[in-house]
Design a protein around this ligand. Structure first.
Ligand code: MCA
Ligand code: AMP
Length: 509
């Protein structure tokens, strides 16, 4: 039975679970347009965090479609890539995104559907909404990796159900919870750990259109929030805002924050300094956990009990975790190994990339590319097996993908992208370039050019122009040597950072 319980609060408006049910039915009817099942058609949609986002996501699922969330921060070429790669049959957009999206949809020959049309124009309700078997595809989230272009991670309804059920259990979500959600909604941290978990238990999800430290503090100060989850870069900004505030505000904010029952950090390594400072300010030892788009959460510190600084805890329910050496042999405690996972939460496939999907699994175990060690029963992350994956602001970006774009700059002959340790962002994207003869290039020039082509977090933040990139005897670019071109002025890493970036992590042979 749907009651008057509030599902979503956004922009000063409250939307009940009845509203969500009615609007998602309306969206489903409009998308179905007289058919009885979308049969896993991909529906790409772009809406800022808010009620419309949730209604469209649910409406797609109720109509039997596959939800493909687009990123509000992405420039047109990135949006177009996702729309084309997913072979979307409909592109849904909120009014603010119609400008960039309508021409892309037109050029790709895809139906364009403004959100307000889906929500308001009466559509004949289908006699019956389709039956959603658990093995049906539900969502494609694009993730950067060791391939040049982002891959679509396909999750089924069963995968999503298992992910949500596991988090509801370990973090003890209840209908009385009120989540403050300040994460983007094109990644699982926001989609599953945030929105999906809150809605699964009929709790209230308060959504901010974008992260803003003062607004978050103000909401903590209200004493109404019970759950918050963010990336380390957000906690760093919150700490900076608290330190800049007058004493009365600090007191009110800290008092409110103490009343939050659960505060979590993830998506990137939480620096020990940040953990300690946050504890001083709020009394909370942040609950750090480890996950990935391909399975959502895999490891978590406990809700009750000791949260060990620098550790990401133990496997979440429904996920098996093992550490293996380069030959796939399980390593013993204390020996670093690559994390492999299996379980119902693990994704189905990379969209239309059977070879990549095949390569990502070993005997049914998903190979994460992250390296960890198990000590006294808990896991500690050490780094990644690939130097070409960079984590910046909690976003995973591929050096290969950025190189492919940057290489098309008219002044650039060759380039190499690396991640350099950074106190604020975890890692920052840096580029070393060989220029075309007689060409010149400054960082601001490169950034202006790149912003039109790449998401803001992929735009290089440091530049070195070199005569020749460091290479080995067979001409391969040596990424560690490239990283060392960037000195202290580019690298703001403090001494206490848990540095998971930069070099390749070693695992047992
Ligand atoms: C933005 N800026 C940056 C970066 N991002 N500079 C360097 N590196 C970056 N990565 C610059 C902008 O260009 C701008 O500079 C200034 O910082 C402020 O930009 P703004 O857009 O305001 O930044 P922001 O939007 O406030 O971004 C900070 C953020 C964001 C809110 C912490 O990074 C964020 O939302 N991160 C969350 C990522 C996430 O959800 N990851 C989940 C994926 P200028 O003013 O000079 O232009 S991982 C996942 O889902 C798995 C399952 C998991 O484990 O969780
Ligand atoms: P994504 O593919 O965007 O979902 O990013 C997943 C990656 O984020 C993982 O493979 C890890 O490298 C990283 N990650 C997630 N949680 C943590 C954490 N608590 N500490 C360090 N890295 C993390």
């Amino acid at each position: 039975m749907n009651g008057p319980r509030v599902a979503i609060v956004c922009g000063g408006r409250r939307h009940t679970y009845d509203d969500l049910d009615g609007s998602s039915r309306q969206v489903a009817a409009a998308l179905l347009a007289g058919e009885n099942d979308l049969r896993e058609a991909r529906i790409a949609f772009l809406a800022p965090p808010g009620f419309e986002y949730a209604a469209v996501q649910r409406g797609i699922w109720r109509a039997g479609g596959v939800a493909v969330p687009l990123a509000t921060s992405h420039p047109p070429p990135e949006l177009e890539y996702v729309i084309r790669d997913s072979a979307a049959s409909v592109v849904v957009a909120d009014p603010a995104s119609t400008g960039p999206l309508a021409p892309i949809a037109r050029a790709a020959g895809v139906r364009f559907a403004p959100v307000e049309g889906l929500l308001t124009v009466p559509a004949a309700p289908p006699d019956e909404l389709p039956h959603l078997g658990p093995s049906r595809r539900a969502m494609i989230v694009y993730t950067s990796g060791t391939t040049a272009r982002p891959k679509g991670v396909v999750s089924t309804h069963a995968n999503i159900g298992a992910q949500v059920a596991s988090l509801v259990e370990i973090w003890e979500w209840t209908p009385e919870d009120r989540l403050l959600l300040a994460l983007p909604l094109h990644h699982l941290h926001g989609i599953i750990n945030g929105l999906g978990s809150a809605l699964a238990v009929r709790a209230t999800c308060e959504m901010l259109p974008a992260f803003d430290a003062l607004t978050v503090w103000d909401r903590f100060g209200s004493g109404e929030i019970t759950v918050f989850t963010g990336v380390p870069a957000m906690y760093q900004r919150l700490i900076a805002a608290w330190e800049a505030a007058p004493p009365a505000a600090r007191r009110a904010w800290s008092d409110g924050a103490r009343r939050v029952r659960l505060m979590m950090s993830g998506s990137a390594a939480l620096p020990l300094q940040t953990l300690a400072r946050w504890r001083e300010i709020t009394g909370h030892t942040l609950l750090e956990r480890y996950g990935m788009t391909e399975m959502c959460m895999a490891l978590s510190n406990p809700l009750h009990g000791e949260r060990r600084p620098g550790f990401v805890g133990t496997p979440v329910p429904g996920i098996e975790v093992r550490l293996v050496d380069e030959n796939g042999r399980v390593v013993s405690d204390g020996t670093p190994g690559e994390i492999e996972v299996r379980g119902q939460a693990v994704f189905l496939e990379y969209w239309q990339r059977p070879a990549d999907t095949h390569a990502a699994f070993r005997d049914g175990w998903f190979r994460t590319g992250d390296v960890a060690v198990r000590e006294h029963g808990a896991y500690r992350l050490l780094g990644r097996t690939s130097v070409d994956i960079i984590k910046t602001g909690g976003f995973k970006v591929s050096a290969l993908e950025i190189e492919e774009v940057v290489r098309t700059h008219p002044a650039i002959a060759e380039c190499a992208i690396v991640g350099i340790a950074d106190e604020q962002w975890g890692e920052r994207v840096a580029v070393a370039v060989e220029l075309q003869s007689a060409a010149a290039l400054s960082l601001p020039e490169l950034q202006d050019w790149a912003k039109a082509r790449l998401a803001p977090y992929k735009v290089p933040r440091a530049l070195r122009v070199v005569e020749a990139l460091p290479r080995n005897a067979v001409g391969k670019i040596l990424k560690p040597d490239v990283a060392s071109l960037f000195g202290a002025s580019d690298n703001a890493s403090g001494p206490e950072r848990r540095d998971l970036g930069g070099g390749k992590a070693q695992i047992a042979q």
